[in-house]
Design a protein around this ligand. Sequence first.
Ligand SMILES: C[S@@+](CC[C@H](N)C(=O)[O-])C[C@H]1O[C@@H](n2cnc3c(N)ncnc32)[C@H](O)[C@@H]1O
Length: 249
Amino acid sequence: MEIKKLIPAPEIRNWTGPFDDKEYYFNLGKQQSEKIIQWLSVKPDQKILDIGCGCGRIAIHFFNYLNKQGQYIGIDSNKKLLSYCADNISAINNNFQFKFIDAYNGSYSRDGELKCQDIIFPIEDESVDIVIMWSVFTHMYLIDIDAYLKEIYRVLKKGGVFISSFNLYNKFISNQIKMEKAYLDIKYRINENSYSLNKETPEKGFAHNEEIVKELYWKNEFLIREIKYGIWSSKELVGEFHDCIIAQK
Ligand SMILES: C[S@@+](CC[C@H](N)C(=O)[O-])C[C@H]1O[C@@H](n2cnc3c(N)ncnc32)[C@H](O)[C@@H]1O
Protein backbone atom coordinates (compact mmCIF):
# COMPACT_ATOMS: atom_id res chain seq x y z
CA MET A 1 0.00 0.00 0.00
CA GLU A 2 1.34 3.44 -0.98
CA ILE A 3 0.86 5.13 2.38
CA LYS A 4 1.73 8.62 1.13
CA LYS A 5 -1.86 8.65 -0.17
CA LEU A 6 -2.91 8.88 3.48
CA ILE A 7 -1.29 12.27 4.09
CA PRO A 8 -4.18 14.61 4.94
CA ALA A 9 -4.72 18.07 3.46
CA PRO A 10 -2.86 20.95 5.18
CA GLU A 11 -6.01 22.27 6.89
CA ILE A 12 -6.26 18.92 8.71
CA ARG A 13 -2.60 18.05 9.36
CA ASN A 14 -1.72 21.56 10.60
CA TRP A 15 -3.96 20.93 13.63
CA THR A 16 -1.33 18.52 14.91
CA GLY A 17 1.81 20.59 14.28
CA PRO A 18 3.55 22.97 11.86
CA PHE A 19 3.01 20.69 8.88
CA ASP A 20 2.65 22.85 5.77
CA ASP A 21 5.40 20.72 4.27
CA LYS A 22 3.87 17.39 3.28
CA GLU A 23 7.22 15.57 3.08
CA TYR A 24 8.21 16.81 6.54
CA TYR A 25 4.88 15.54 7.96
CA PHE A 26 5.44 12.14 6.37
CA ASN A 27 9.15 11.73 7.16
CA LEU A 28 8.85 12.87 10.78
CA GLY A 29 6.03 10.36 11.35
CA LYS A 30 8.12 7.66 9.68
CA GLN A 31 11.20 8.34 11.83
CA GLN A 32 9.16 8.45 15.03
CA SER A 33 7.26 5.24 14.21
CA GLU A 34 10.52 3.44 13.45
CA LYS A 35 11.88 4.56 16.83
CA ILE A 36 8.69 3.40 18.58
CA ILE A 37 8.94 -0.02 16.91
CA GLN A 38 12.61 -0.34 17.88
CA TRP A 39 12.47 1.11 21.41
CA LEU A 40 9.34 -0.84 22.40
CA SER A 41 10.15 -3.98 20.36
CA VAL A 42 6.70 -3.83 18.76
CA LYS A 43 5.72 -7.10 17.03
CA PRO A 44 3.58 -7.21 13.84
CA ASP A 45 0.81 -9.20 15.57
CA GLN A 46 0.34 -6.89 18.55
CA LYS A 47 -2.54 -4.65 19.55
CA ILE A 48 -1.59 -0.98 19.68
CA LEU A 49 -3.53 1.84 21.30
CA ASP A 50 -2.63 5.38 20.12
CA ILE A 51 -4.19 7.92 22.51
CA GLY A 52 -4.56 11.37 20.94
CA CYS A 53 -3.90 9.82 17.52
CA GLY A 54 -4.72 13.05 15.67
CA CYS A 55 -5.07 12.50 11.92
CA GLY A 56 -3.10 9.24 11.96
CA ARG A 57 0.38 10.72 11.45
CA ILE A 58 1.93 7.78 13.35
CA ALA A 59 -0.79 5.23 12.49
CA ILE A 60 -0.12 5.21 8.75
CA HIS A 61 3.43 3.97 9.29
CA PHE A 62 2.07 0.83 10.98
CA PHE A 63 -0.02 0.07 7.91
CA ASN A 64 2.60 -2.06 6.23
CA TYR A 65 4.12 -3.27 9.52
CA LEU A 66 1.23 -4.94 11.32
CA ASN A 67 0.03 -8.31 10.03
CA LYS A 68 -3.56 -9.65 9.94
CA GLN A 69 -3.49 -10.47 13.66
CA GLY A 70 -2.17 -7.00 14.53
CA GLN A 71 -4.58 -4.25 15.47
CA TYR A 72 -4.30 -0.46 15.74
CA ILE A 73 -6.82 1.56 17.72
CA GLY A 74 -6.66 5.33 17.77
CA ILE A 75 -8.66 7.47 20.18
CA ASP A 76 -8.92 11.25 20.17
CA SER A 77 -11.09 14.08 21.46
CA ASN A 78 -11.08 16.02 18.17
CA LYS A 79 -13.92 14.89 15.88
CA LYS A 80 -12.50 16.43 12.72
CA LEU A 81 -9.17 14.60 13.02
CA LEU A 82 -10.85 11.33 13.94
CA SER A 83 -13.26 11.48 11.02
CA TYR A 84 -10.30 11.84 8.71
CA CYS A 85 -8.85 8.62 10.16
CA ALA A 86 -12.13 6.72 9.97
CA ASP A 87 -12.92 7.84 6.42
CA ASN A 88 -9.45 7.30 5.00
CA ILE A 89 -7.59 4.73 7.11
CA SER A 90 -10.27 2.37 8.51
CA ALA A 91 -11.96 2.53 5.11
CA ILE A 92 -9.10 0.57 3.55
CA ASN A 93 -7.97 -1.55 6.51
CA ASN A 94 -10.45 -2.67 9.10
CA ASN A 95 -7.67 -3.61 11.56
CA PHE A 96 -7.27 0.14 12.08
CA GLN A 97 -10.13 1.49 14.20
CA PHE A 98 -10.69 5.03 15.51
CA LYS A 99 -12.86 5.96 18.48
CA PHE A 100 -14.02 9.32 19.77
CA ILE A 101 -13.72 10.36 23.41
CA ASP A 102 -15.60 13.43 24.56
CA ALA A 103 -12.78 15.00 26.58
CA TYR A 104 -12.36 18.76 27.00
CA ASN A 105 -9.03 20.26 25.94
CA GLY A 106 -8.55 24.04 25.78
CA SER A 107 -6.48 23.78 22.63
CA TYR A 108 -8.00 20.83 20.71
CA SER A 109 -11.54 20.11 21.87
CA ARG A 110 -13.16 23.10 23.53
CA ASP A 111 -16.58 21.53 22.96
CA GLY A 112 -15.61 18.40 24.92
CA GLU A 113 -18.32 17.54 27.47
CA LEU A 114 -16.20 15.60 29.98
CA LYS A 115 -13.23 16.36 32.17
CA CYS A 116 -10.29 14.04 31.43
CA GLN A 117 -10.68 12.74 34.97
CA ASP A 118 -14.13 11.37 34.01
CA ILE A 119 -13.01 9.66 30.80
CA ILE A 120 -13.15 5.88 30.55
CA PHE A 121 -11.36 4.71 27.40
CA PRO A 122 -13.66 2.57 25.17
CA ILE A 123 -11.19 -0.31 25.55
CA GLU A 124 -11.40 -3.54 27.54
CA ASP A 125 -9.23 -4.23 30.60
CA GLU A 126 -5.80 -5.77 29.93
CA SER A 127 -6.38 -6.01 26.17
CA VAL A 128 -3.58 -3.89 24.70
CA ASP A 129 0.16 -4.69 24.18
CA ILE A 130 1.47 -1.22 23.34
CA VAL A 131 0.27 2.31 24.17
CA ILE A 132 1.53 5.34 22.25
CA MET A 133 0.91 8.96 23.29
CA TRP A 134 2.86 11.32 21.09
CA SER A 135 2.56 15.08 21.75
CA VAL A 136 -0.54 14.62 23.91
CA PHE A 137 0.62 14.82 27.55
CA THR A 138 2.45 17.96 26.37
CA HIS A 139 -1.07 19.45 26.03
CA MET A 140 -2.59 18.16 29.29
CA TYR A 141 -2.61 19.26 32.94
CA LEU A 142 -0.89 17.03 35.52
CA ILE A 143 -4.18 16.13 37.21
CA ASP A 144 -5.48 14.87 33.85
CA ILE A 145 -2.25 12.99 33.11
CA ASP A 146 -2.72 11.20 36.42
CA ALA A 147 -6.25 10.12 35.40
CA TYR A 148 -5.07 8.93 31.96
CA LEU A 149 -2.18 6.96 33.51
CA LYS A 150 -4.75 5.09 35.60
CA GLU A 151 -6.78 4.27 32.48
CA ILE A 152 -3.67 3.23 30.54
CA TYR A 153 -2.70 0.88 33.35
CA ARG A 154 -6.20 -0.63 33.22
CA VAL A 155 -6.15 -1.36 29.47
CA LEU A 156 -2.53 -2.57 29.16
CA LYS A 157 -1.77 -6.29 29.41
CA LYS A 158 0.71 -7.35 32.10
CA GLY A 159 4.17 -6.65 30.67
CA GLY A 160 2.66 -4.21 28.14
CA VAL A 161 4.74 -1.18 27.21
CA PHE A 162 3.81 2.48 26.99
CA ILE A 163 5.64 5.42 25.39
CA SER A 164 4.72 9.02 25.92
CA SER A 165 6.42 12.24 24.89
CA PHE A 166 6.77 15.09 27.37
CA ASN A 167 8.53 18.37 27.94
CA LEU A 168 10.12 17.56 31.29
CA TYR A 169 10.96 20.54 33.47
CA ASN A 170 14.11 20.28 35.61
CA LYS A 171 17.03 22.44 36.76
CA PHE A 172 18.80 22.06 33.39
CA ILE A 173 15.83 23.21 31.33
CA SER A 174 15.02 26.03 33.72
CA ASN A 175 18.54 27.44 33.18
CA GLN A 176 18.36 26.86 29.42
CA ILE A 177 15.10 28.82 29.18
CA LYS A 178 16.50 31.67 31.27
CA MET A 179 19.59 31.84 29.02
CA GLU A 180 17.31 31.68 25.90
CA LYS A 181 19.05 28.48 24.78
CA ALA A 182 15.92 26.28 24.62
CA TYR A 183 13.94 25.70 21.40
CA LEU A 184 10.64 26.06 23.22
CA ASP A 185 10.19 29.17 25.30
CA ILE A 186 7.96 27.54 27.93
CA LYS A 187 8.24 30.40 30.37
CA TYR A 188 4.78 31.01 31.87
CA ARG A 189 4.43 29.56 35.33
CA ILE A 190 0.96 28.00 35.61
CA ASN A 191 1.39 26.51 39.08
CA GLU A 192 4.27 25.18 41.17
CA ASN A 193 4.83 22.16 38.90
CA SER A 194 3.80 23.29 35.42
CA TYR A 195 4.90 25.88 32.88
CA SER A 196 3.39 26.73 29.51
CA LEU A 197 4.13 28.39 26.19
CA ASN A 198 0.90 30.33 26.47
CA LYS A 199 -0.56 32.03 29.50
CA GLU A 200 -4.19 32.22 28.28
CA THR A 201 -4.39 28.67 26.87
CA PRO A 202 -1.85 26.59 28.79
CA GLU A 203 -2.82 23.46 26.81
CA LYS A 204 -0.97 24.93 23.81
CA GLY A 205 2.19 23.44 25.31
CA PHE A 206 3.19 22.38 28.81
CA ALA A 207 6.43 21.51 30.51
CA HIS A 208 5.85 19.58 33.74
CA ASN A 209 8.17 19.03 36.69
CA GLU A 210 10.10 15.84 35.92
CA GLU A 211 10.07 14.56 39.50
CA ILE A 212 6.28 14.97 39.81
CA VAL A 213 5.71 13.23 36.46
CA LYS A 214 7.84 10.27 37.61
CA GLU A 215 5.91 10.13 40.89
CA LEU A 216 2.64 9.92 38.93
CA TYR A 217 3.98 6.94 36.97
CA TRP A 218 5.06 5.18 40.16
CA LYS A 219 1.78 6.03 41.94
CA ASN A 220 -0.04 4.35 39.03
CA GLU A 221 2.21 1.27 39.39
CA PHE A 222 4.26 1.72 36.21
CA LEU A 223 7.89 0.77 36.04
CA ILE A 224 9.81 3.53 34.25
CA ARG A 225 12.15 1.64 31.94
CA GLU A 226 13.87 4.60 30.37
CA ILE A 227 13.74 8.34 29.85
CA LYS A 228 15.08 9.56 26.52
CA TYR A 229 15.80 13.25 26.79
CA GLY A 230 14.86 15.34 23.74
CA ILE A 231 16.47 18.39 22.23
CA TRP A 232 13.68 20.91 22.93
CA SER A 233 15.76 22.05 25.90
CA SER A 234 18.85 23.04 23.94
CA LYS A 235 19.69 24.43 20.52
CA GLU A 236 23.06 22.68 20.84
CA LEU A 237 21.71 19.10 20.95
CA VAL A 238 20.60 16.71 18.18
CA GLY A 239 18.02 13.94 18.44
CA GLU A 240 14.28 13.47 19.06
CA PHE A 241 12.52 16.76 19.85
CA HIS A 242 10.48 15.95 22.97
CA ASP A 243 11.53 13.91 25.98
CA CYS A 244 10.10 10.39 25.97
CA ILE A 245 9.22 8.16 28.89
CA ILE A 246 9.10 4.42 28.22
CA ALA A 247 7.22 2.56 30.92
CA GLN A 248 5.98 -0.96 31.53
CA LYS A 249 3.06 -2.50 33.40
C1 LIG B 1 -0.14 17.67 18.88
S1 LIG B 1 -1.47 16.65 18.44
C2 LIG B 1 -0.62 15.09 18.24
C3 LIG B 1 -1.38 14.12 17.38
C4 LIG B 1 -0.64 12.79 17.15
N1 LIG B 1 -0.38 12.09 18.38
C5 LIG B 1 0.65 13.02 16.39
O1 LIG B 1 1.73 12.82 16.96
O2 LIG B 1 0.55 13.42 15.22
C6 LIG B 1 -2.34 16.38 19.98
C7 LIG B 1 -3.54 15.47 19.84
O3 LIG B 1 -4.04 15.12 21.14
C8 LIG B 1 -5.46 15.17 21.10
N2 LIG B 1 -5.92 15.37 22.48
C9 LIG B 1 -5.77 16.47 23.25
N3 LIG B 1 -6.31 16.26 24.47
C10 LIG B 1 -6.79 14.99 24.46
C11 LIG B 1 -7.45 14.19 25.42
N4 LIG B 1 -7.70 14.64 26.64
N5 LIG B 1 -7.78 12.93 25.09
C12 LIG B 1 -7.50 12.45 23.84
N6 LIG B 1 -6.91 13.18 22.88
C13 LIG B 1 -6.54 14.43 23.19
C14 LIG B 1 -5.74 16.32 20.16
O4 LIG B 1 -7.05 16.31 19.66
C15 LIG B 1 -4.70 16.10 19.08
O5 LIG B 1 -5.12 15.21 18.10
